[in-house]
Structures are given as structure tokens and as C-alpha cells.
Design a protein around this ligand. Structure first.
Ligand code: MG
Length: 402
């Protein structure tokens, strides 16, 4: 039914569905976003879809959801895509195409993977859009310029990352500046929780990709196995909520039911609980400030279950400390951290380096951080390029001979 509470009001005064721009539509978050929209067709409509290169999946999505426009980052595939979508659909191509797409719709869901998501984040904020942010790397690496873009009138970030979405939900009421004492980020611990360093030397790619609770894309799943994902999320939390690093805590919670917690000045702690299902935070970010009417990840309280918490093993999972160190350093240090990690994870997925070498490559990359000053987007892109060069060298140094 159109006219539901929470829909945007058009110029003519009629309420209409929220127009969603979904970039990164063929990945794990992208396909789950389309599932949320499929469940609430009266609430949401797809204005534009975009992907890096998965042209067949993207074509099929366009034929199902009928957006006005579709964007493909690999411009050599634009012709193939055009032949695969209904006539009249505007086909946008290349980085410029993705940037054009990010200006369409009421809410932009950035589900691009990695640093490549930075232009989408910046364009959406500069266009005064609500940004449903699943691409944490753009905020982590580009924080100084993303924060500036965030001050654009109408611009707003609602996190899709489940931990930050939980924090956002716990901090919704009008809080005073001193009322939040600590942010407590929960981590599943990944597939290697409880293992000693010696046991992790020979782990395979498929072992690292076997996440115990979440179904996610390969990059974030490997990040989860090293706890770099949690490290990036500490920086993300600092940037989103403006809480000092001394007041952001990480705790391992293997069930992934408590998605994060906020401790307040009076000793109260609020948490958001649900079964691990990304469709809940996706729906929250798309529909904010109104909640979805369809429940995802609802807990069955009639069966007995346990919630466990334990401190992270910072020796075995050195990436967590490296990320915190880069976050405290600030400026472009997180951009160097992120670039080092993207290069290392990709080398691990290609079988070029061992799992344990990921943290070493990141540490070496951060050692080379040159403290350059950031003024504009080009400075972040340049820092990323230089950091990748250092990380490539660190990878070559540790490359497996087989
Ligand atoms: Mg997360």
C-alpha cells in the first residue's frame, strides 16, 4: 500500500515509495538488499542499480526491478549490459557512471567492496543524500574528506555494518555529549577463534572463508578471520559517533546475537539483539527513521541458548592492534592500513601468501607511512596508491615459492 508512514513526501504532497540507489548490487549485501526490497515493494522502489563487472547478474536484476538507470564500473561491458536490459533503461559506465548513479534516488546504499567505494560515498554525501553505508573502507580510509562531505545539507550516514547499526539504534534518543561512556563492539571471533599462532600457520583459503555465523563476501570474511574487520570497525565507530579510541572496546561474542552495546554514564548498557541476518540492518538503514514491518533475524526465545563473551587474543590476531594504532595516528594512516590490508587479503586469496603474512604485510605497510597531509580526495587516492606499492613489495618478500 503506498502512503505508508515513513515514505518520502513528493512535491505534490503525495507519499511515495523510497527510491533506492543500490551500488554493488551483485555482491552479498547487494543481493540481500534486493531481498529486503522484494519483501516491501510498497515501501521501496529501485531507482538505479550498479555493479563492478557481473554483467549477467546485473542484467537479470534490472529485468526484475526495472530501475530507470543501471551502472557498470567496467565500461568495456556497457554494450553487453545494454543488450541485456529493457529498452529505455539508461546505461551508465565507468567510474563516472557510478558517480552519476550515486546522485539518483532518496537513499544511496553503498555496497561496493573496498577502497573502490570512496567516490560513491563522497558523491552521495555531496549530493545531500542519505547514505546507507555498507562500505566501511571509504569512511576508514577517506575519513578527513568524508567527514567534510558529511556536513553537506541533507547528507546523513546511516550505517549498514551490523555493529554500527546496533550502536546507532542504541543511541537514537536525544543524548547529551557526556552521557555515552563507552562503545562495546562485538566480534564473532571468526573461524580461528581460540587457536594458537602455531595452529594457524598452514590454514587454507577455504578454512578462512568458513565463517561460523555470517554469510558474507570473501574480502570481509578473510578480514573477519584476522580480526582486521573489527579493527576497521573500531575506526568506523570512532568516525561515525565521534567517541575517542580510549572509550571503544572490542569483545568477542561467538554467537553474533548481540550486535554491539553502548555503556552510559549511569552504568546502564543497551544492546541490540537479533539472529545474524544482514537484512535487518539493511532494512533499518533504507527505511530510517521508520522500522520495517517485516522481521528479519527475530530470536526464538522459547529455546534455551547461551550468550558468551571473552576478550580478543591480540597476540594471535595482531591486525586488531594495528588498526587501532592507525586509527589513533589519524590523518592518512588508516588509508595506508586499509591499502596494505586489501593488497594482503587479495594475495592470500590468490594463494600467494600465508594467512599469518597478512598482518605482517599490513605492519610493513604502516611502517612506511609517510605522514602526508590530506586536503582533498586526490590526496587519499595518492596515499592509497603509494601504500599499495609498499604492500606489493611486502607481499613479494613473503611470497610462497609453490
Ligand atoms: Mg560488521
Amino acid at each position: 500500500m503506498s502512503g505508508e508512514v515513513g515514505s518520502r513526501t513528493s512535491d505534490s504532497g503525495e507519499r511515495s515509495a523510497i527510491a533506492v540507489c543500490l551500488l554493488g548490487s551483485t555482491g552479498s549485501i547487494g543481493t540481500q538488499t534486493l531481498d529486503v526490497i522484494r519483501n516491501q515493494p510498497e515501501r521501496f522502489e529501485v531507482a538505479v542499480l550498479g555493479a563492478a563487472s557481473s554483467v549477467d547478474t546485473l542484467g537479470a536484476q534490472v529485468r526484475e526491478f526495472h530501475p530507470k538507470a543501471v551502472a557498470i564500473a567496467d565500461s568495456s561491458l556497457a554494450g553487453t549490459l545494454a543488450r541485456n536490459v529493457p529498452p529505455g533503461t539508461e546505461v551508465l559506465a565507468g567510474t563516472e557512471g557510478l558517480e552519476q548513479a550515486a546522485q539518483i534516488g532518496d537513499v544511496v546504499l553503498n555496497a561496493v567492496v573496498g577502497f573502490a567505494g570512496l567516490p560513491v560515498t563522497l558523491v552521495a554525501l555531496h549530493a545531500g543524500k542519505r547514505l546507507a553505508l555498507a562500505n566501511k573502507e571509504s569512511l576508514v580510509a577517506g575519513a578527513p574528506i568524508v567527514q567534510r562531505a558529511r556536513r553537506t545539507q541533507g547528507a546523513e550516514i546511516v550505517p549498514v555494518d551490523s555493529e554500527h547499526c546496533a550502536l546507532h539504534q542504541c543511541m537514537r534518543a536525544g543524548l547529551g555529549p557526556d552521557e555515552v561512556a563507552r562503545l562495546i563492539l562485538t566480534a564473532s571471533g571468526g573461524p580461528f577463534r581460540g587457536r594458537a599462532s602455531g595452529e594457524l600457520e598452514g590454514v587454507s583459503v577455504s578454512e578462512a572463508l568458513a565463517h561460523p555465523t555470517w554469510r558474507m563476501g570473501p574480502k570481509v570474511t578473510v578480514d573477519s578471520s584476522t580480526l582486521m574487520n573489527k579493527g576497521l570497525e573500531v575506526i568506523e565507530a570512532h568516525e561515525l559517533f565521534g567517541v575517542d579510541y580510549d572509550r571503544i572496546e572490542v569483545i568477542v561474542h561467538p554467537q553474533s546475537v548481540v550486535h554491539s552495546m553502548v555503556a552510559f554514564s549511569d552504568g546502564a548498557v543497551l544492546a541490540q539483539l537479533s539472529e545474524p541476518d544482514m537484512r535487518l540492518p539493511i532494512g533499518y538503514a533504507l527505511g530510517y527513521p521508520r522500522r520495517l514491518r517485516h522481521a528479519f533475524g527475530a530470536i526464538d526465545w522459547s529455546t534455551m541458548f547461551h550468550l558468551d563473551f571473552e576478550p580478543p587474543d591480540r597476540k594471535v590476531f595482531a591486525c586488531l592492534g594495528l588498526a587501532e594504532q592507525a586509527g589513533r595516528e589519524g590523518g592518512l594512516a588508516p588509508a595506508w592500513l586499509n591499502a596494505g590490508n586489501e593488497v594482503a587479503v587479495s594475495a592470500f586469496l590468490d594463494g600467494r601468501i600465508a594467512w599469518g603474512a597478512i598482518a605482517e604485510v599490513v605492519a610493513d605497510t604502516l611502517e612506511s607511512f609517510d605522514h602526508a597531509v590530506v586536503c582533498e580526495a586526490a590526496d587519499v587516492i595518492e596515499a592509497d596508491r603509494r601504500a599499495r606499492r609498499c604492500a606489493d613489495k611486502a607481499v613479494q618478500h613473503r611470497e610462497r615459492s609453490t
